[in-house]
Design a protein around this ligand. Structure first.
Ligand code: NAI
Length: 331
């Protein structure tokens, strides 16, 4: 099958070229993201393969459909960037990689917590300049702290397991409770109670109309002073201007984010010689207690391999008319 890959980087090419060794699919790699401006590139392709910041709004979907695209495969789990209403009624399918390595994202959330807390990034830089002072590097013990986990699906469960190992008390919130976690003694609570009790809050829910700006002023007001907020889910789950205000007021004591609402304009690119015109992220970068990574939670060898193998299988299943469990339901 002829497939156009969008938003590709060297690592995408490396993994897909290696695992598509029998050349079952003819892949054309585009570095450009897919959106209404680049939709014309899809002419002549049966399928397109996209990532988190490609934007399939209704106009783009109409254009790619007219170009003959019958299949959209996502190299990721979340599909909030695809307008499913626009896909409905067209002869077009959407397949994703529902699970590739929940451990990768959960472990990255823990990396953000440990770095923010024990300031290893600052210690590293200091010591490279022969500054062996401990001034301002004091952290806190994780053991005994209360960690609030919003969203206890695959990643949330892994994250809970790790944090339990640190001796933390876990309070969870989800629309559906996990029996596995309850058997381990994890307590589910309504959101206001979780916000009120937690020393650390970690977001592991998808971006939906209900979770859009879930963490805004009203939620922040209910949190403990000095709380640590971690977001590895989707940027728009938090209202960034409200979070900035809370950082300035010292209500939020630490912020670790791997995702950012306006990340499509920034992430996955080297902008080190460019003028950043996004005043929200530049303001965030002025806080000493903010740690930002550029959507790298998924970025492990194991996850890349799994994403590649599942994506190739998704393409083959579609081509062979096999009904796949990875198909996104279109109502
Ligand atoms: P999942 O579908 O297994 O779990 C999501 C959980 O959130 C479910 O248990 C669901 O019931 C819950 N949820 C949905 N709406 C909720 C609400 N309003 N309040 C509380 N809980 C709610 O998904 P998984 O695999 O655990 O991934 C979670 C999210 O992590 C993804 O949707 C994606 O946005 C993000 N992600 C980030 C990555 C990164 O590289 N930073 C990589 C992969 C996923």
């Amino acid at each position: 099958m002829q497939v156009a890959f969008f938003s590709t980087h060297s690592y995408d090419k490396e993994y897909f070229d290696r695992l598509n060794d029998e050349k079952l699919h003819q892949i054309t790699y585009f570095e450009a993201p897919l959106n209404r401006d680049t939709a014309n590139l899809t002419k002549g392709f049966d399928a397109i393969c996209i990532f988190v910041n490609d934007k399939l709004d209704s106009e783009t979907i109409e254009k790619i459909f007219i170009n003959g695209v019958k299949l959209v495969v996502l190299r990721c789990a979340g599909f909030n960037n695809v307008d499913l209403n626009a896909v409905a009624g067209r002869n077009m399918k959407v397949l994703r990689v529902p699970s590739y390595s929940p451990q990768a994202v959960a472990e990255h959330a823990v990396a953000l917590i440990l770095t923010l807390n024990r300031k290893t990034h600052k210690a590293y830089n200091r010591i490279r300049e022969s500054n062996f002072s401990l001034e301002k590097l004091v952290g806190f013990n994780l053991s005994g702290k209360t960690v609030g986990v919003i969203g206890t699906g695959q990643i949330g469960i892994m994250f809970c397991n790790i944090m339990m190992g640190f001796g933390c008390r876990i309070v969870a919130h989800d629309l559906y409770e996990s029996d596995e976690l309850k058997e381990k003694g994890i307590v589910y609570k309504p959101l206001p109670e979780l916000l009120h009790e937690s020393d650390i809050i970690s977001l592991h829910c998808p971006l939906t109309p209900e979770t859009m700006h879930l963490i805004s002023k009203n939620a922040i007001d209910q949190m403990k002073k000095g709380v640590m907020l971690i977001n590895t889910s989707r940027g728009a789950v938090i209202n960034t201007p409200d979070v900035i205000e809370a950082l300035a007021d010292e209500k939020i004591g630490y912020l670790g984010i791997d995702v950012y609402e306006q990340e499509a304009n920034l992430f996955f690119r080297d902008l080190s010689e460019s003028i950043i015109r996004d005043d929200v992220i530049t303001r965030l970068l002025t806080f000493p207690n903010v740690l930002i990574t550029a959507h790298q939670g998924f970025f492990t060898k194991e996850a890349l391999e799994e994403i590649t193998m599942t994506t190739l299988q998704n393409l083959s299943d579609f081509e062979n008319g096999v009904k796949s469990l990875n198909e996104v339901e279109i109502k």
